[in-house]
Design a binder for this molecule. Sequence first.
Ligand code: AQP
Length: 344
Amino acid sequence: MTDQAPAQYQGPQRVLSGVQPSGALHLGNYLGALVKFARLQHEMECLFCVVDLHAITVWQEPAALAAQTREIAAAYFAAGVDPAKATVFAQSAVPEHSELAWMFQCVARLGWLDRMTQFKEKSGKHKERSSVGLYTYPVLQAADILVYKATHVPVGEDQKQHLELTRDIAGKFNHDYDAPGFFPLCEPLIQGPGARIMSLRDGAAKMSKSDPSDYSRINLTDDADAIAQKIRKARTDPEPLPETAEGLEGRAEAKNLVGIYAALSGVSEADVLAEFAGQGFGAFKPKLADLAVAQLGPVGERMRGFLADPGEIDRILAAGAAKARELAAPTVAEVKRKVGFWSA
Ligand code: AQP
């Protein structure tokens, strides 16, 4: 080990992110992740994976998992990700993720993982019954990012703590193995509308695939009637919409619906309130439903189009995995050399 101050990472700027094939994608995944993916592919080199290794930290039906993986890939394409611009692949098809994750498990400290709030939320009351993988999930996530030396990671607000852990792992590796600047300290790209979409049934809980109530979320595959019905039934309060954002404080459900309207229409919350101030939800909800149907309807339609040709999705994923391995393999080889493993 050395006391030398870490040098800055000098490599290219690169984006990595992923979504778990653990169920139907919802509006939160779309606004918090997919929309950003489509935008970023025009600004930086991008890799987007379907993180199936993460998905099996909770039970997944083996007969359904490959189809779920194709569905996430189809959602990427439907949201505008272009496989000619961005590398799209399944995480399990690039074994270097798992190999680097093991070495990072020996870098990360138990105390760091003990602080991860997502494990506490997902393991619930019976954490002793959770898989070990659910506990070490953020270490694999660090490997996903750092195996490509990614510098930027577009995610929703819920992933902020995991990205801080990724930076801690990168910093400790660089320090312990006397490799200043070897791994970058990645930047989360969280800001912007849609960073935290909440459940339609509970303004204090995030919209999530695993929420038992389908009325808590809008799925990308919902048809117009389902979207309108879910918005009609969304929990709200009896007050009219206020004139300013301060008036939404303490009104979590109202704030969420205004935030969704703003994110879908690409305007600020202030602009939404300027338009709807003084109106009740009886007037606001139908407008929100029309907007959601107009924005998400074509996405669902395109997804179904891509899913009609699973062979083409498989070809794109296979080509993406081959490309991803070309970047990942040299990183792992260099890490093994730094760690001091035997090689012939
Ligand atoms: N409610 C949300 N608002 C904004 N962004 C969100 N994301 C998830 N929920 C919201 C972002 O979507 C990306 C992919 O997430 P994931 O599927 O890999 O895992 P997750 O964060 O655990 O998503 P879910 O829907 O809550 O799944 P389950 O219920 O299976 O755990 C990430 O960038 C995430 O930030």
